[in-house]
Design a protein around this ligand. Structure first.
Ligand SMILES: Cc1cc2nc3c(=O)[nH]c(=O)nc-3n(C[C@H](O)[C@H](O)[C@H](O)COP(=O)(O)OP(=O)(O)OC[C@H]3O[C@@H](n4cnc5c(N)ncnc54)[C@H](O)[C@@H]3O)c2cc1C
Length: 462
């Protein structure tokens, strides 16, 4: 039998795994670990299969200097604190260590180095046949915890220039990885702004292509924005606000955490440009939307300050006023007179970093639960295909769903649903029960608090 929670770094292909399991969890990132905790609490026999290592995305899918976007007191599971200053922004290595420790603490039955290659529904019996790199498993249920950000997306406008180095933010590691010369960073969500900032500080000339974004203040009146969104109930919002469906969020925990401020980035030396529209014979063409995008980001920033001020007043909180948070730096020239075209060779651009987000990949999941756009059909992670569950997807149930603190709560809901289903399926009618003990166990297990069901004669007690 393969070792549980196999040590990091050991990629095993000779793993022996169970042949049947009640619930199979695919993926051992934060979602898979949270799922295991809640399934164990429900006594549901389960197995977590991870193709690489626990928290692999945090190990190899991020750049070297990445720290969490939220402070340590916030970006964690309820059951374990980081052994660090709670206000600190933990490094990606500390996130990995945290989830490894967590998996150990809850004794999660994780097998690493096993890839799930195909899941199909059985036709002559219940459950699913699961093909893995270590053999075939029969599972009654499958929880898909393979991550919100699986496949890096590079838009089709990317130029076919052989001389240019083009990488996605998922492949970016550090400034030394890039050739000499100027860099165009496309996308100004948390990844794009942090990478552009790092490159500029390393001495590179940088152009940053800025689309629509929200940019909450890092802190206001002595509270991190994670706290403000929490007290406003915004992490629990069930859907993005109208018009905000495609708006990214620009935040940063680097250098102890700071507000993302596009004027400041420009004064620092980065040239801001609007959305990248297309490339034409070595010339990048930008939308004339930079000022609008920055202005809407400012509106979002100021609306959080306004909401925070009224929250403080309404609740009589003793939090210091911070009028200077409303003062903006003067508009830089690149904002007042934005570039609409950039000749890449003339500007010395040798690399483009596409910080343009991710999509999902469910090609291995051969079940009938996807809409015409390939999106999973589900309600709070319980899919329309009975026995298939999704976890960790953006907005699965709420805004927090794809983040560390949110996925734990979604996992709890899914485990509750699996628990309820298991109890119904364990029910046997009286003709199927041979002994009194079986009978008591049957009704008692299904509805432990109900005297009605323990007697097996509901009518008598009503
Ligand atoms: C740059 C960046 C920074 C982020 N920073 C933060 C932050 O500071 N705070 C925060 O709360 N969130 C952050 N997030 C968002 C989110 O927390 C992470 O993306 C997190 O990794 C998601 O966890 P997950 O378990 O859902 O998915 P993943 O971490 O992607 O885990 C999925 C796992 O499934 C495995 N897998 C996939 N397919 C298969 C298969 N077929 N068989 C077996 N295994 C499989 C993968 O190897 C992987 O280990 C960040 C995201 C990015 C991209």
């Amino acid at each position: 039998m393969a070792e549980l929670n196999q040590a990091a770094g050991q990629k095993r292909t000779d793993v022996e795994i169970e042949k049947t399991i009640d619930t199979l969890v695919v993926g051992a990132g934060q979602a898979g670990v949270a799922m295991s905790e809640h399934l164990s609490k429900h006594g549901v026999p389960h197995l977590v299969l991870e193709r690489k290592r626990i928290a692999e995305a945090w190990r190899t899918g991020r750049w070297d200097s990445l720290v969490a976007n939220g402070p340590a007191w916030h970006d964690r599971f309820p059951g374990l604190e980081f052994d660090l200053d709670p206000e600190a922004f933990v490094t990606k290595e500390q996130v990995v260590a945290y989830f490894e420790a967590y998996a150990g603490k809850i004794n999660a039955p994780i097998r690493t180095g096993v890839e799930v290659k195909k899941v199909v529904r059985n036709t002559d019996t219940s459950g699913f046949t699961v093909e893995t790199s270590a053999g075939v498993i029969q599972a009654e249920r499958v929880v898909v915890a393979t991550g919100p950000f699986q496949r890096p997306v590079v838009p089709s406008i990317a130029p076919q220039e052989e001389k240019l180095i083009q990488i996605h933010s998922a492949e970016y590691r550090n400034p030394e990885q890039l050739p000499e010369g100027t860099v165009l960073v496309v996308g100004a969500g948390s990844s794009g702004v942090q990478i552009a900032d790092e490159l500029e500080r390393a001495g590179k000339k940088v152009y940053l292509s800025v689309g629509p974004h929200d940019r909450p203040p890092r802190t206001y009146r002595n509270r991190d924005y994670c706290w403000w969104l929490g007290v406003f109930g915004e992490w629990d919002a069930e859907a993005p606000k109208a018009g905000k469906e495609h708006v990214t969020i620009s935040v940063s925990g680097t250098r102890g955490g700071h507000t993302v401020d596009f004027r400041n980035l420009a004064h620092q030396g980065i040239t801001l440009v609007g959305m990248t529209k297309r490339f034409n014979e070595g010339v990048a063409i930008f939308q004339p939307d930079l000022a609008d995008n920055v202005a809407r980001g400012d509106e979002n920033y100021l609306s959080l300050l306004d909401a925070a001020d009224s929250y403080v007043t309404r609740n009589g909180l003793d939090l210091p006023e911070e009028p200077e948070a409303r003062k903006f730096l003067p508009d830089p020239k690149c904002l007042t007179h934005p570039l609409l075209e950039l000749d890449l060779a003339e500007a010395g651009v040798t690399a483009i970093i596409w910080a343009t987000g991710y999509s999902v990949d469910f090609s291995w999941l051969k079940v009938d639960t996807f809409d015409e756009n390939g999106k999973p059909k589900h309600q709070r992670g319980v899919s329309s295909e009975s026995g298939i569950y999704f976890l960790g997807l953006p907005w699965l149930s709420r805004r927090g769903s794809s983040f560390i603190w949110g996925v734990w709560h979604d996992a709890k809901h899914i485990a509750d649903q699996i628990g309820i289903q298991s109890k119904y399926l364990a029910y046997r009618d009286p003709s199927q029960l041979k002994t009194e003990t079986e009978r008591e166990k049957n009704y008692g297990d299904a509805f432990p608090d109900s005297e009605v069901w323990k007697t097996g004669k509901p009518g008598e007690t009503t």
